[in-house]
Write a protein that binds this ligand. Sequence first.
Ligand code: PLP
Length: 405
Amino acid sequence: MSGPAASSSSPTAHLMGVYGRAPLAFERGEGARLISTEGEAYLDCVAGIATNALGHAHPRLVEAVKAQSEKLWHVSNIFRIPEQEKLADRLTAESFADVVFFTNSGSEAIETALKLARKYHAAKGQPERIDIITFEGAFHGRTYAAVNAGGNAAYLDGFGPRLPGFIHLPFGDHEALKAAIGPTTAAILIEPVQGEGGARAVPDHCLRGLRDLCDQEGILLIYDEVQCGLGRTGKLFAYEWSGAAPDVMCLAKALGSGFPVGACLATNDAASGMIVGAHGSTFGGNPLAMAVGFAAVDEICKPETMDNVREVSAYLSQQLNGLRDRYPDVIVDVRGRGLLIGIKLIPNNREFMVMARDQKLLVAGGGDNCIRLLPPLTLTLAEAQEAISKIERTCDQVRQNAAKA
Ligand SMILES: *Cc1c(COP(=O)(O)O)cnc(C)c1O
C-alpha cells in the first residue's frame, strides 16, 4: 500500500466506529471548565468519565507529570519500582488491603481480581470454585472476562460463546443470591454504587449481608470501586459507608485523576494464590503513572476535598429533588451517592444530553434512561448552582418542545 492518506468527508473516517461521538472537541480545560476548539466554555459534569477527579490541569498533577517525565517513564516490573511501593503503601494504609497490583485500566483491575479469586481457591485445594456472581445492571469493563462478568447482552452478542463461570442475578434479590451459592462459587463481584447501570447505590445493610454470607461460605467479596471509589461518594472508598470491607477491590478512573492507571487491592489471604509468575503487566505500575497516582490520591485524601464532595453533593441532591418536584414530566428519580448522581428521565436521556450541551453543560449517559452527573470532586458551590440552572433551562426546553409537538 502506498500513496497519500485517503481523504474523506468525515473527520472520524479512519477511526473504528465503536463510539457515538458528539460533534464537539476540546482544546483545553481548567478545573470544571472545558474550552472547545471553537473557543466556547462548557461546565464539565462528566470529568473525563468520572476520571478527572481533581478537574482539568490541576497544578499539583501537572507538576507531578512534569517532574517524573523528566526523570523516568517506564521500567519493567522485573525491577523494584520505588514509586509503585510508595503508592501501594498509601493505598493499603488508607484501606482494608495489604497488597496491590497495578494496571492501566479498570478492566485490567477486574481481570486481576477474577484471576485472583479463582487462583485463591485453587491454591487452597478447591479448583472447582470458579463461579463469579454478579448483578443485573453491573458494568465491569470491556475485556472478554469483564463483559462476561457484567452480563450486558449488548456487549456480549456476536462475540462468540460466553465464558463459563459467571452467574448473573437480579439486583437486590436476596433469595436468588442464597440459592445461587454452592460448592463451585468463587466470589461475589459488586459495585457498591452502580455507575453505568444508572447510579444505583447498594443499601449499606445489603453490603453487610454480603460480607456475612461470604464469610459463612468461604468465598471472596470483590468490590468494583472503579467508578464509585476514591472520594466520589464523599468517603475515600464507597464501602466505608457500610463498614463492610471486601477481600478484594478494583480501582481505576480517579486513581490517576485522568492519567490511565488502575489497581487491584487485596488482603494477604485473598492474594495468597498470586505467587511469582501468576500474573503480570508490561506497563502496569510504571513510574510515571505511579507519580501521578500518588499526587492524585494525596489530594483526594485531603479532608477539604472530601468535605467539598459532601457539601456540594448535598446541595445538588436537594436542588435536583426540587427540580423533580417541579418537573415531574421530565425527571422521575434522583439517585446515587455523593457526586455519582443519577437523574432518571422521562424524555430520552441521549436527547436530553444534547439539549444540556446546548446550555453548555456536559453530563454523562447511563442505564435505565438516566443521565449521570460525575463532576470533579473539586466542583465549587457556585459551579453547582450554575449546573442546576442549566439543568432547569434544559427541563424548560423539554417542556417547550413537548408543547410544540
Ligand atoms: C469504567 C469502569 C470499568 C472499566 O474501566 P476501564 O478503565 O474502562 O477498563 C469497570 N468497572 C466500573 C464500575 C467502571 O465504571
